[in-house]
Design a protein around this ligand. Sequence first.
Ligand code: GUN
Length: 284
Amino acid sequence: MDISGKELAKQFQEKLKEKISREKHSITLAFVLVGKDPPSQAYVRMKERACSEVGIKSLKIELPDETTEFELLELIGNLNSDPSINGILVQMPLPSQINEEKVLLTIDPDKDVDGFHPFNVGKMITGDKHAIIPCTPLGVLKLLEAYQIETKGKHVVVIGRSNIVGRPLANLLSQKRAYGNATVTLVHSHSKDLSNICKQADILIAAIGKPLFVTKEMVKPGAVVIDVGINRVNDKIVGDVNYSDVKEIVSFITPVPGGVGPMTIAMLLENTYLLAKEQNCSLS
Ligand code: GUN
């Protein structure tokens, strides 16, 4: 059965739109885009459109490829101290002359809608209930919850160890929390016998950015497969999972597009709303 992230994201956004319409104060998210990377431009456009659909204002700041690290850090400093800005999202990847870690450290943790600041990562990893959870991992947890796919005691295999998806997701799923309590294995490019480990998964999560990497031979019949990949191949978007091959043997699978992607955007809107609420106690 397909897990429709598209449908669930729509429901989240409708509820959020309702809540935002009752707020006295406007909410603004700043997008910073450095350079002309076409996928990054497309992602920011989609995020901006979603903001306007739920009533979040967006401010897009586009900087040239040759922007210096100093210039970017200065801009972030200005956004940090601007009370009309509730959230800041610097789209990754950044040009090579800019140190991403420094950028993430400079964003005010209270405006960090991605949850990438080390302070927020620390809160999340230690299980703080008020931690901002990165958008894609949070979207995956919400999908599992909506489809009542229990994780307690299950063997979850996460493929990929990125700071954006694999690592936080593996951590969250192992925590003592709802949609946690799983036995988690994190595999990556240096793992031996990767295929056999994947085949032992009750829930298999692919987040490696390799088109159609997961095939039927790597999946246990009846397993749940979550595909986080968004890869462009000959002008077509495909996931990290060979969907048509794997679909026949699984109990649940997320399609690409229409699976995890829309949930990432919905959770970005949720995180922006949550941070705005915390910044302004009169937002209810
Ligand atoms: N680049 C790819 N995914 C993301 C994301 O979730 N947030 C930001 N800021 N950049 C990204």
